[in-house]
Unconditional design. Structure first.
Length: 409
């Protein structure tokens, strides 16, 4: 007598339990940006990706060579969480043009993106409210959200956040902090004029609410003008953490930025930084310090900005005629992005698949809103491609817009 064969039980594959803050997040808009940018059949305007042909490669190479030749053993060793002194001194020197700063007020980060996580780690508790512009930088929303904060969008106009709306939101929500990008804002490209900055500062001072001021694009001015940060206004330096980055000025591959802060929060920021990444790359810090000491960064940025201005003009000229009646398009005076709101009846997320099929990619604007997203919006970066490529791609995007249907209910 034979025993019937039994089918072996195949165990279910092991799955790690995911923290609630990352549940359902198999991807992210930031990750998708770089995936689209890597496709050879698509002209991508989705990411703020500098044109590598504009990198100051010879000077940067010379700085790395100098550091590794003369400071190699130190450069390859552990560093301090606050950042290497040479870099903090150079950062303080640059900031002091608008806001008196010393090296002790600087904390180095691996780009301003890490700075957002350090700030969130140092300041936020689950349930805290953070007020942001509507729309705002999507990675800031992610950084604050995964730390348990509740984001509330504040109404904006072409001059940035509206002071009266900010004051009302502070009264209603009692926020832990306010996060703003006053200069060449990501995603819209708009800039707060000085009078608006002063009005915003008055609101924050009256309410005694701290400001996180993000300024990675401010040096990329197409007019040569420089906008002093809100942190430089009377009374604001002590209640502002100001973030800067070298990614858009020198190289995004060199992940170096810094924060400026005053008072005891500096120690907390250093502790939070140590918990996240110990310290930023020492060899990169020393190289950036050398670059800031020996290169004419302002001249390099001016050359880059002149190219970006030409590309902005090409995008505006090609995109305006193909937009539907009533659409709104920003025309930034610097930075890397412009913002199109197509208006009622359009859904930029639904249009994206057709755009990619046509060989063009942008970033749908809904992901930049903390709440109540405008799904007709899209962000486009004009810095990566030549005017000829931009003009051709905008023509194809126009055909997609012309064929777009109202969003499905």
């Amino acid at each position: 007598m034979t025993t019937p064969a039994t089918t072996p039980q195949v165990p279910e594959p092991f799955t790690f339990p995911v923290a609630a803050r990352y549940a359902g997040m198999a991807t992210s808009p930031l990750k998708d940006i770089f995936t689209l940018a890597a496709r050879p059949d698509v002209v991508s305007f989705a990411g703020g990706i500098p044109d590598p042909e504009l990198f100051d490669l010879e000077q940067v190479t010379a700085c790395y060579d100098r550091v590794l030749t003369h400071q190699g053993r130190r450069a390859l060793q552990y560093g301090v969480s606050e950042g290497e002194l040479e870099l903090r001194e150079q950062a303080a020197r640059r900031l002091s043009r608008d806001l008196p700063t010393d090296a002790g007020q600087i904390r180095v980060t691996s780009g301003s993106q890490e700075g957002l996580f350090v700030v969130a780690q140092a300041l936020l508790e689950p349930g805290d409210v953070v007020l942001v512009e509507s729309p705002t930088y999507l990675a800031a929303v992610q950084a604050f959200s995964v730390h348990g904060a509740h984001m509330v969008g504040v109404d904006t106009d072409d001059d940035g956040v509206i002071p009266e709306a900010l004051a009302a939101a502070i009264r209603e929500h009692r926020p832990k902090m306010v996060y703003l990008i006053p200069t060449f804002q990501n995603p819209t490209g708009r800039t707060m004029p000085p009078t608006r900055r002063e009005a915003v500062a008055e609101v924050l001072l009256a309410a005694d609410v701290p400001l996180i001021e993000d300024d990675p694009y401010g040096a990329l001015s197409f007019t040569g003008d420089r906008w002093a940060p809100i942190a430089s206004l009377p009374g604001m330096g002590e209640r502002t953490i100001l973030l800067n980055s070298m990614s858009k000025l020198m190289s995004p591959g060199v992940r170096i930025g810094w924060m400026r802060a005053e008072g005891p929060i500096r120690d907390t920021l250093a502790v939070a930084k140590a918990a996240i990444s110990m310290q930023s790359s020492v060899v990169d810090q020393l190289t950036v310090a050398r670059y800031l000491e020996t290169a004419d960064l302002d001249a390099h940025v001016a050359r880059v900005a002149a190219v970006y201005r030409e590309r902005r003009d090409a995008m505006v000229a090609a995109l305006e005629p193909v937009l539907p009646a009533g659409a709104h398009l920003t025309r930034p005076e610097g930075g890397m992005f412009l913002w199109a709101a197509l208006g009622e009846g359009y859904d930029a997320q639904e249009m994206l698949a057709d755009a990619v099929d046509a060989g063009v990619a942008y970033l749908p604007g809904w992901s930049f809103f903390a709440d109540h997203p405008d799904r007709s919006t899209m962000r486009l970066s004009f810095v990566t491609h030549s005017p000829a490529v931009i003009a051709d791609a905008m023509g194809r995007l126009g055909e997609v817009i012309a064929g777009a249907r109202a969003p499905r209910g």
